[in-house]
Write a protein that binds this ligand. Structure first.
Ligand SMILES: *[C@@H]1O[C@H](CO)[C@@H](O)[C@H](O)[C@H]1NC(C)=O
Ligand SMILES: *[C@@H]1O[C@H](CO)[C@@H](O)[C@H](O)[C@H]1NC(C)=O
Ligand SMILES: *[C@@H]1O[C@H](CO)[C@@H](O)[C@H](O)[C@H]1NC(C)=O
Ligand SMILES: *[C@@H]1O[C@H](CO)[C@@H](O)[C@H](O)[C@H]1NC(C)=O
Ligand SMILES: *[C@@H]1O[C@H](CO)[C@@H](O)[C@H](O)[C@H]1NC(C)=O
Ligand SMILES: *[C@@H]1O[C@H](CO)[C@@H](O)[C@H](O)[C@H]1NC(C)=O
Length: 412
């Protein structure tokens, strides 16, 4: 996830060198014929089978944990913090603060200080109240900075001390790490050490201050152990599981600038590969992440391509490339495009995605319908909740649908 123009950073450097075996999803061709309610019943059966094999390594599920309905927010004139409808969310992530490159601490400038204060003061008056977290890093920050920080005890301590102090000073409820992405097994293992030390410092802070412990979360890649790049590496799942309150899985950006053909940017399934939301989440859970710590990422944006031939316009159609820098289009822009261009809108139920096209313009995205199905699956898988990148990219039609769907399918 990124601030402005590079949400496919991860795809730019990626290469198609590693294709783990796909999880069979053939059954889902039948989705066309099912109502959503029936769908959830079937999905529960299918996914339980997938999860059963993991119970040996999965910690006991805590059923009491309240659902997470999260969203990242960043400063935009058209969407100030006051525009956030707090009845649709439980947690808002302030994106982003980046540590100083030499001190590894957060050095808050005057303008950042004003922005943080304004954000927190605005959200404090919201009813119902929201939990707030400061997110560190982001897709636009330099991943090597974090590699340096995690490598030494002194640098880790500087970051930890500084983040806790800033979060307390401004009155946030927690801190979120968004390192996109650790590149080697050594960096992954150091990340595990950082999280353990961070958790320890948060416990100490809580004892000394007498306040509830801060939340500690992270945004991570869509799968724990395979990457769309040459170097494979594995997240430190045991440390993540024991030290984080929950984990935002970035289940999106599957197709973008690196691709010469159209593709669903955040397919729930894919009959042809395991580059999809459910396969990634199942990998995380099989590796030992408690489903009750898994928060499914939902993009409020799509990706626009220019087709080679306007008559060949399905998923996988040859494309000249994405439009603009990386093809990112916010949902409100997609709605506008569909209306103004009289675009044809197609639901692809094999992938649970939607695309629209007009002449040679083609956009793959999620809409209220596909998000509703994804939320049904998140609940059938026993996940903790969902989060959006980023609030303000829809008029609230999707975020409202999501919030409603979660309540509808909540199992008691
Ligand atoms: C899309 O691009 C990514 C990154 O370059 C690659 O891993 C993937 O295999 C490509 N998919 C297709 C269908 O070309
Ligand atoms: C916020 O969302 C709730 C639930 O959908 C809705 O009832 C309310 O009208 C919304 N408030 C605003 C200001 O849009
Ligand atoms: C980072 O910290 C160093 C040492 O305090 C300072 O000289 C430098 O200006 C800081 N960099 C930024 C971008 O604030
Ligand atoms: C995409 O097409 C261009 C032009 O034909 C080519 O140079 C490039 O290598 C292709 N990229 C991929 C990932 O296939
Ligand atoms: C879309 O359809 C409307 C009504 O049929 C028409 O007035 C308009 O010119 C069309 N726009 C485009 C871009 O085709
Ligand atoms: C369709 O797109 C092509 C190439 O982008 C353009 O030359 C053509 O005029 C467009 N046709 C219409 C009807 O807009």
């Amino acid at each position: 996830m990124i601030l402005t123009s590079c949400s496919t950073c991860l795809l730019i450097q990626a290469k198609a060198s590693f294709k783990p075996k796909p999880i069979s999803m053939a059954t889902f061709n039948f989705l066309h014929f099912l109502t959503i309610t029936t769908l959830i019943a079937i999905v529960t059966t299918v996914t339980i089978t997938a999860i059963v094999t993991t119970t040996a390594t999965t910690p006991a599920v805590t059923t009491a944990a309240a659902a997470i309905k999260g969203a990242y927010w960043f400063e935009q004139e058209i969407f100030p913090a006051s525009a956030i409808n707090s009845s649709l969310f439980t947690h808002i992530f302030y994106a982003f603060l980046i540590p100083n490159y030499t001190t590894y601490t957060l050095q808050i400038s005057n303008s950042e200080s004003q922005s943080l204060s304004k954000f927190i003061n605005t959200l404090r008056t919201k009813n119902p109240p929201l939990k707030t977290l400061i997110s560190i890093g982001g897709g636009g920050s330099n991943p090597n900075l974090f590699a340096e920080i995690v490598a030494t005890r002194a640098a880790r301590a500087a970051l930890i001390k500084s983040t806790i102090s800033v979060v307390r000073r401004f009155g946030f409820d927690g801190v979120d790490l968004d390192w996109e992405f650790p590149k080697t097994d050594e960096q992954m293992s150091n990340l595990g050490i950082l999280l353990r030390e961070w958790r320890h410092a948060i416990d100490v802070d809580s004892k000394i201050s007498g306040k509830p412990p801060l939340l500690l979360t992270a945004a991570v890649y869509f799968a724990d152990n395979f990457f769309l790049s040459a170097t494979q590496r594995r997240y430190p799942v045991a440390s993540i599981n024991s030290n984080l309150d929950f984990v935002n899985i970035m289940s999106y950006d599957f197709y973008g600038s690196g691709n010469n053909s159209t593709g669903a940017p955040a397919a729930l399934f894919d009959p042809k590969s395991n580059i999809n939301v459910v396969s990634g989440i199942i990998l995380w859970i099989r590796a030992g992440l408690d489903p009750k710590k898994v928060v499914m990422g939902l993009p409020l944006y799509g990706r626009k391509w220019m087709l080679r031939d306007h008559n060949v316009n399905g998923l996988g159609a040859p494309a000249i490339g994405v439009t603009g820098f990386d093809g990112t289009k916010a949902f409100v822009q997609i709605e506008k495009f569909n209306k103004e261009m009289n675009a044809t809108v197609v639901y692809d139920m094999d992938t649970v995605s939607v695309y629209s096209y007009s002449n040679t313009s083609w956009i793959g995205y999620d809409d209220p319908f596909t998000v509703r199905i994804k939320i049904g699956f998140a609940q059938a898988l026993g996940l903790r909740g969902y989060f959006f990148w980023a609030v303000g990219y829809d008029s609230d039609i999707i975020t409202r649908q999501a919030s409603k769907a979660w309540i509808l399918y909540e199992r008691h």
